[in-house]
Write a protein that binds this ligand. Sequence first.
Ligand SMILES: [Zn+2]
Length: 212
Amino acid sequence: MSSHEPEVIVPGHIPPIAMTELDDAQAAKLATIAHHVRGILTALGLDLKDPNLAETDLRVAKMYIEMFGGLAEGAEPKVTTFPNEEGYSHMVMEKQIPFYSMCAHHLVPFYGHAHIAYIPRERILGLSKFARILEFYAKRPQLQERLTEQVVTYLEEKLQPLGAMVVIEARHLCVEMRGVKKPGALTVTSALRGIFHQKQVREEFLDLLRRS
Ligand SMILES: [Zn+2]
């Protein structure tokens, strides 16, 4: 691996891997992915001596390890909850949280925004944690439906709130670049728990969502 290659730092909470600090297992994983990327390029009839392709195998392997960082051991965010000392019993919402993920069916990106809300019981969550939980589950081959469920389940298990709700709006490049080719189409998923089954509570969620 050449040392002059610029390290691309992608903003995120899971730190990019420092390639100098790879342990044997990580180095083996990197080499395996790179090997298979070379196989794909060769099968496509590309000339690996093309300077633009010379290090593509390793570049893609590094990128995959980073983009799929949610699968790594210890990647689960350390989420501390706090006692709800004020007895707050209304809705807490974090909206328009951006995320990027990879479609498990096609291995191309889907990306958009999540809106996450819960109504606390005895524990509350630091506000920055919504984004970290979302990112942890997004950084793996994923389905939007499953991502939505995983985030709401996490909140339910960690906080045991009165209820929780997650809405995700995303664009899927597998829909836009191939197949039916519908540029700009937005896929919306939602998942809810507890008190959000009540229409009135869901309406409050939607009302907060509409406010800018
Ligand atoms: Zn897809």
